[in-house]
Design a protein around this ligand. Structure first.
Ligand SMILES: *[C@@H]1O[C@H](CO)[C@@H](O)[C@H](O)[C@H]1NC(C)=O
Ligand SMILES: *[C@@H]1O[C@H](CO)[C@@H](O)[C@H](O)[C@H]1NC(C)=O
Ligand SMILES: *[C@@H]1O[C@H](CO)[C@@H](O)[C@H](O)[C@H]1NC(C)=O
Length: 388
């Protein structure tokens, strides 16, 4: 029974380490490389949760909010700093499509997948400085209310609107104001026809209408792009792996400082140049080596805002007896390496040198509709390698 389990593990290890030779041999080199390339790029897109690369229309400047968010959750390489910072794994931003003179907004959410779970939805409005003509005013605060516009023919709500969020805001303040409108967006996801937009009402504390010269919000029509009204959705596409991620950043540092053999070859050794020759791989102990995935080389730099690429790392080297603690062997791997060294049973290879910790990365990109999206992908970077 033990023999069977061990030889099965050895078989899996050997198969995983090499490309399928049968497939390669049945094709001519020329056709094979084109086919493999397009199949590989298609599969890579699937890893990033897409069927086709988003269309590129010559993009606008991404919203500052999304850039700041990206820099908060990810380091320069796109690696997640703190996996618990975001509740879900996706943040989507949308610009207002109505571009009305009034404080009315509508957002086209057609790029949100039906399966995506809406965790939080926020309306971001930029409050402008009050106009100079109304310098003297007895009001210090105003009541700002966000309503969902309803179809009166469909519901018994004769008002035609539903209050979503309301807050007191200092009259003389300037900057971003955020209103939570999650329930409305959930109802829009159930039925797109419900999406008749949002309406904002500004009142005095006494409840009377307020001078709109005094309280002004930037609109998509008249103000700088950086102040445009924006909808921000925090969602989850359910793709996050079930395996808990390593959260302690010191852990990362510790594993990075494991003894490394001097790097061989150029620093950005791409997957293409990887060889599978045994002499090279088996001479050094199992360790983590760089593997830079360059989005420009893949042809994705047009729609990915950040990062330009990332270091996925790869694991390489021998796992032969004796396995030191720095090789982080499982008990199973230790036993297998011993059986291999004693040559007690034929055909038992040494254990495999594989990633034993994986980190997620973040991508900031433009979708098909030119909305900027932040998405987190789990298990993308080998944090450390071990003999398994
Ligand atoms: C490549 O494949 C096409 C059909 O898919 C075939 O017509 C062509 O002859 C092949 N080229 C080579 C070099 O085998
Ligand atoms: C939303 O955007 C999609 C894709 O750009 C478009 O097909 C659809 O008509 C838009 N919906 C509305 C209500 O404008
Ligand atoms: C409106 O109210 C009536 C009576 O209260 C009810 O029968 C009807 O189903 C309601 N319609 C909708 C769309 O909620």
């Amino acid at each position: 029974m033990l023999t069977l389990a061990l030889s099965f593990a050895a078989l899996v290890c050997a198969v995983a380490a090499r490309p399928s030779l049968n497939y390669l041999e049945s094709h001519t080199a020329e056709n094979e490389s084109e086919e493999v390339r397009s199949a590989a790029i298609k599969r890579l897109l699937e890893v990033f949760g897409m069927e086709d690369p988003p269309a590129i229309h010559g993009h606008k400047q991404p919203p500052q909010y999304m850039l700041d968010l990206y820099n908060t959750v990810a380091d320069v390489d796109g690696v997640t700093k703190d996996p618990y910072l975001l509740e879900g794994n996706t943040v989507r931003s949308f610009f207002d499509r109505l571009r009305s003179e009034q404080v009315e907004f509508r957002f086209n959410l057609s790029t949100v997948a039906r399966t995506e779970k809406i965790l939080t939805a926020e309306l971001h409005l930029f409050k402008l400085r009050p106009q100079a003509t109304s310098t003297f005013n007895r009001h210090h605060f105003c009541q700002v209310s966000v309503y969902q516009v309803l179809d009166t023919s469909k519901s018994n709500n004769t008002l035609g609107k539903k209050l979503l969020s309301s807050r007191l805001i200092p009259v003389h303040s300037t900057g971003w104001e955020v209103f939570t409108i999650t329930q409305a967006v959930r109802s829009w996801m159930v039925d797109e026809g419900n999406n008749l937009g949002l309406h904002v009402v500004v009142q005095t504390l006494g409840g009377s209408k307020m001078d709109l010269k005094l309280i002004r919000f930037a609109s998509g029509r008249n103000h700088h792009q950086s102040k445009q009204p924006m909808l921000v959705l925090f969602t989850d596409d359910g793709r996050r792996s079930s395996a808990p991620e390593i959260t302690d950043p010191n852990d990362f540092a510790a594993t990075s400082s494991l003894p490394h053999a001097p790097m061989s070859g150029p620093p950005s050794r791409s997957a293409r140049s990887l060889d599978y020759s045994d002499e090279d791989g088996m001479s050094m102990p199992c360790q983590r080596l760089p593997l830079y995935v360059d989005f420009e080389e893949i042809g994705w730099s047009g729609w990915i805002v950040s990062p330009r690429g990332y270091n996925a790392y790869h694991c390489k080297g021998s796992c032969s007896f004796p396995l030191g603690q720095n090789m982080r062997p499982t008990n199973h791997a230790t036993v297998q390496s011993i059986i291999n060294a004693l040559k007690l049973i034929k055909g038992i290879e040494t254990p495999c040198c594989v990633p034993d910790k994986l980190f997620s990365i973040n991508l900031l990109y433009f979708d098909d509709d030119e909305n900027v999206v932040l998405k987190q992908y789990s298990d993308m970077v080998a944090g450390s390698c071990g003999c398994h």
